[in-house]
Design a protein around this ligand. Structure first.
Ligand code: FAD
Length: 473
């Protein structure tokens, strides 16, 4: 028997239920389809994701002895055509939960059914299917804490035993080359990223091992400190399925016994719980990436501030923590979670620019761009999401800097023009006396911008807008 395994956001051999099923049946034809036709144009994969994907596919292809078939086009057309071409009697894949993926999968199943080809899909991406976790009344969760409590209640009996990579009888088929998919950016923007990231299954495993050895013991405290690099940095590996959450949970199982491990392990599990929750939300509200979850936000008086948006993208707002984050994003394809919150809040609340513009920029520039996590992150910050920060919570970028980057090490790294400012002024250079600025070589409005907006005034304007929609609602 011959099975096509359609790889998508599950670019690994271990703990891959679709691959296991196919391996049991007999011969396996592994394929990756670059599908820019099924998703709506705005939801096509961004540039940083494509960079990651290129290297992840190269790694997967190497693990498959160069037998990974590359195709492009609408998966619902390409896969049945490939099945006919190679005489496959079955197709297996792991599920993805974006609305367009779900629609595409239905179309694929129908086409294969008509052709008499067996098709099986599996959960390879989540601990629980997004429809599995229900309230006592059988409804969908809208708040994280009870959602996660329910997941935790089920975890001991859930199957989170990851499997080893199966033995495979691989069949070779002619296809496009990886390079012909043109995934790498035409400009040398991502040059040097391979020194920062190792896309692929082996890279994911190595990252997890390194984190367990050096990062876990300080995760709960260190995770909020951008310069501590105390988080797993597994997000892109998880998004592309180079490692599964089951594998991470299994690796964490023994770690609670390590001194202080329990608290850190629980905190990390909770963060992975947010990933489950975001998938639950986007499954139950498929328009999460494009529509406000709270309808009153449809009336928020957003500003069309192109200049502000441009300066935000470039890390030139004059607020060092925001600028450092935006520059880290551009330089590495990643931004620390605390800074994502502050930078997003600045765009939405200080500049009053619609969160969807920020979501779009992150979508294009993050290596871990993930429709569910990105949409939920942005809607959380905006206050328009299901379990969102209250609208009146407006991050003060200066205070956030003082609290989470007290010695300014993160700002100094990404805004080197400020590096000689004393700690007292590093998060608010405009408050420094002239002679201090001169000593530090900072010329406001020249070597570094003055603040784009005044925090208090911007805060008041944002609150005014929110009060208006709250009253109307
Ligand atoms: P760790 O702290 O080590 O967490 C481990 C894993 O848990 C992460 O890899 C991720 O899979 C998951 N996780 C952690 N925090 C969250 C969260 N708040 N929501 C959902 N899952 C979480 N995460 C993405 O993976 N892709 C995105 O596109 C994305 N966009 C975001 C946009 C905004 C505005 C905000 C505020 C957050 C966004 N996040 C996104 C969530 C979070 O910032 C990243 O998952 C995290 O910074 C990745 O670093 P890490 O792997 O070291 O995280």
């Amino acid at each position: 028997m011959k099975t096509i395994v359609w790889f998508r956001q599950d670019l690994r051999l271990a703990d891959n239920p679709a691959l296991n099923w196919a391996a049991e049946r007999g011969d396996v034809v592994p394929v990756y389809v670059l599908d820019d036709d099924t998703p709506p144009p705005a939801l096509r994969m961004g540039a940083a994701s494509r960079w990651w994907l290129y290297h992840s596919l190269a790694a997967l292809n190497a693990s498959l002895g160069g037998k990974l078939v590359f195709r492009r086009g609408k998966a619902a057309d390409v896969i049945p055509a490939l099945a006919a071409e190679v005489g496959a009697d079955a197709v297996a894949f792991n599920r993805a939960y974006e609305e367009w993926n779900i629609k595409g999968d239905k179309a694929l199943k129908e086409a294969l059914g008509k052709a008499g080809v067996t098709v099986e899909s599996f959960n390879g991406a989540l601990l629980f299917e997004p429809w599995e976790i229900k309230t006592k009344m059988g409804g969908d969760y809208k708040v994280f804490t009870p959602f996660w409590a329910e997941c935790e209640r089920r975890l001991p009996t859930a199957n989170i035993q990851p499997t080893e990579a199966p033995k495979l009888n691989l069949l070779g088929v002619m296809g496009d080359s990886l390079d012909s998919l043109h995934l790498l950016p035409p400009k040398p923007w991502a040059d040097g990223w391979l020194e920062l990231w190792t896309p692929g299954e082996a890279g994911a495993e190595a990252r997890l091992d390194e984190f367990l050895a050096t990062g876990l013991s300080n995760y709960a405290n260190g995770r909020n400190v951008p310069n501590a690099e105390a988080t797993t940095r597994l997000s892109a590996h998880l998004h592309f399925g180079e490692i599964s959450p089951r594998q991470v949970f299994a690796a964490l199982a023994g770690q609670s016994l390590i001194k202080g491990g329990g608290h850190n392990v629980d905190t990390l599990k909770r963060e992975l719980g947010w990933r489950e929750f975001c998938n639950h939300l986007i499954y139950t509200f498929p328009k999460m990436a494009i529509q406000n979850w709270r309808e009153e936000f449809n009336h928020y008086p957003w500003q069309a501030d192109e200049e502000g948006y441009d300066l935000w993208q470039k890390g030139q707002t004059g607020y060092p923590l925001v600028d450092a984050g935006m520059r880290e994003l551009w330089a590495t394809g990643y931004m620390h979670n605390r800074v994502r919150m502050v930078a997003a809040s600045f765009l939405i609340k200080h500049l009053r620019i619609d969160w969807r513009n920020g979501e779009k920029w992150f979508w294009d520039t993050l290596v871990d761009a993930d429709l569910a996590n990105n949409a939920c992150g942005w809607q959380w910050v905006a206050g328009s999401g299901a379990d969102a920060a209250p609208y009146f919570r407006i991050f003060n970028p200066v205070e956030q800097g003082k609290k989470f980057d007290p010695d300014g090490a993160y700002v100094r790294k990404w805004c080197p023009e400020l590096k000689d400012l004393p700690d007292a002024f590093i998060h608010a250079p405009w408050t420094a006396p002239e002679h201090i600025l001169r000593q530090a070589g900072v010329k406001l409005g020249d070597s570094y911008p003055g603040p784009l907006v005044d925090h208090q005034q911007a805060r008041e304007a944002a609150l005014h807008g929110y009060r208006k929609i709250a009253r109307q609602h």
